[in-house]
Ligand binder design. Structure first.
Ligand SMILES: Nc1ncnc2c1ncn2[C@@H]1O[C@H](COP(=O)(O)OP(=O)(O)O)[C@@H](O)[C@H]1O
Ligand SMILES: [Mg+2]
Length: 427
């Protein structure tokens, strides 16, 4: 061995193997010049011979540690770390992997859930929802023991699941929805998560069952009741109830904004109504938590007709783009379930908004509610109100509202000659 040539009898006397010793890096370091030159050559060779492999090993180790730590972090955050990142059979077989043995307090044993597949509650752009029943205690009761607004033992439940053909984007949104719902505290105007079940194909999200289903269907089904008003039935749904719904939704959204959440899919179909006629915001599939005031996202299936111009043009979302969507929701509500921009092609939506055209006042909509809608549809996000403001405006209206609230409006409009098929105008 080259370096062993000059090895002294006693290794402790000669530091050749200590690469940091200056003798081997400085050819003029003391003593015999010739010997020192040879020492310099040896030092370079030693540096190359040991330094390169050591450097490579150190880099490989650093990369390994980085990826290992990242994997551990993801596993801790997500109870479904591997299966849903993969397609087809890959993730089905992986479901038996130890990833599922991680204890999660939200997890309900599949045996304690009954799903009634003949009772479909609804379906949206991504998921199917069936009625079910939890046998025993719902997991949420141990996580938020103070939550006592509903029965949490042997209780009905809505079971949300992906269809078998769901793509990776839908799976990722669904996982995000489950994880986001876990982080939510109880709020009377947000749908509560009761737990989840790990199944071979996809998890099931268990949320509180809302007897009247979604707000859009409810309004459409009870449209005549609302039109007839208190004159025909005192128990029926009234314009004043719609005002109360508007406040409840605004209140739920104010809370979401306070915790830094942009919902991105505010629409009547995503608001659920429970047995006591309380509105609860649901469907957190597109919702994003953000530290900054702006969130930029691309792609996926998007609710174009509910989206603000800046979201349509530049994929920009903020609390104020939720406010725009809330205005469209109010329009759905007070038009008694009409489809917004029914006559506008989605490709023309942005031009319609930019040209200043807005949805017209629906027939049964009080002026002051339409004013709120219009304020939500200001071109510049900063000019739109915050949910705190819409809440207090609606609360004031509620205080003043009588049982006949809103019922003079149709007469007023009947005097005008307006083509009922027209929805948008420069008002
Ligand atoms: N908790 C619930 N109680 C009653 N019906 C529900 C419940 N959750 C959802 N639904 C029904 O299922 C439909 C789709 O649910 P949603 O969460 O919006 O799914 P998606 O993410 O596919 O849009 C809703 O519009 C509603 O009709
Ligand atoms: Mg939905």
């Amino acid at each position: 061995m080259k370096f062993r040539k000059n090895q002294p009898e006693n290794e402790d006397d000669d530091p050749w193997w200590k690469p940091t010793t200056p003798q081997y890096y400085d050819p003029y370091y003391g003593g015999d010049h010739k010997n020192n030159e040879r020492g310099g050559v040896n030092a370079v060779a030693l540096g190359l011979g040991l330094g390169i492999p050591l450097g490579v090993i150190a880099c490989a180790l650093a990369v390994f540690i980085f990826f290992w730590c990242r994997k551990r972090r993801r596993q801790n955050r997500n109870p479904f770390p591997v299966p849903f990142a993969k397609k087809g059979n890959d993730y089905e077989t992986q479901l038996d992997s130890p990833a599922y043995s991680i204890h999660d307090p939200w997890l309900l044993d599949r045996n304690n859930l009954e799903i009634n597949y003949s009772k479909k509650l609804g379906s949206g752009a991504f998921c199917n929802v069936f009625k079910g029943k939890i046998n025993g205690e719902a997991p949420v009761s141990t996580i938020h023991p103070g939550q006592r607004t509903q029965q949490l033992r042997d209780c009905p439940v809505a079971v949300k699941m992906l269809p078998s053909f769901a793509d990776d984007a839908a799976r990722s949104d669904f996982m995000q929805e489950i994880n986001f719902m876990k982080s939510l505290a109880y709020h009377p105007h947000l749908v509560s998560m009761l737990g989840f079940v790990a199944d071979r194909k996809s998890p099931y999200l268990l949320v509180e069952f809302c007897e009247h289903g979604d707000l859009l269907h409810m309004i459409r089904n009870r449209k005549q009741e609302i039109i007839d008003g208190p004159a025909v039935s005192l128990d029926g749904l009234k314009i004043k109830d719609l005002l109360m719904f508007s406040w409840q939704i605004s209140n739920g959204l104010e809370y979401l904004n306070n915790i830094g959440c942009i919902h991105r899919d505010i629409a009547a179909r995503n608001v659920l109504v429970d047995s006591s006629n309380t509105c609860k915001i649901g469907d957190f599939g597109l919702c994003r938590l953000t530290d900054s005031l702006l969130y930029t996202a691309r792609g996926g299936r998007l609710p174009l007709k509910w989206m603000a111009p800046e979201s349509l043009s530049s994929y920009e979302y903020s609390f104020k783009s939720d406010v725009w969507s809330y205005g469209v929701l109010l329009w759905e509500l007070f038009s008694l379930g009409e489809v917004p921009y029914a006559e506008v092609q989605t490709t023309e939506l942005l031009t319609t908004h930019r040209s200043g055209k807005r949805l017209l006042k629906p027939e049964y909509c009080p002026d002051e509610i339409y004013d709120v809608m219009r304020s939500c549809w200001q071109e510049l996000p900063d000019d739109r109100p915050a949910f705190q403001q819409t809440c207090s405006i609606l609360a004031q209206m509620l205080e003043k509202a009588t049982e006949n609230y809103g019922y003079l409006i149709p007469k007023h409009f009947n005097n005008q000659t307006r083509d009922p098929s027209e929805q948008c105008d420069n008002v």
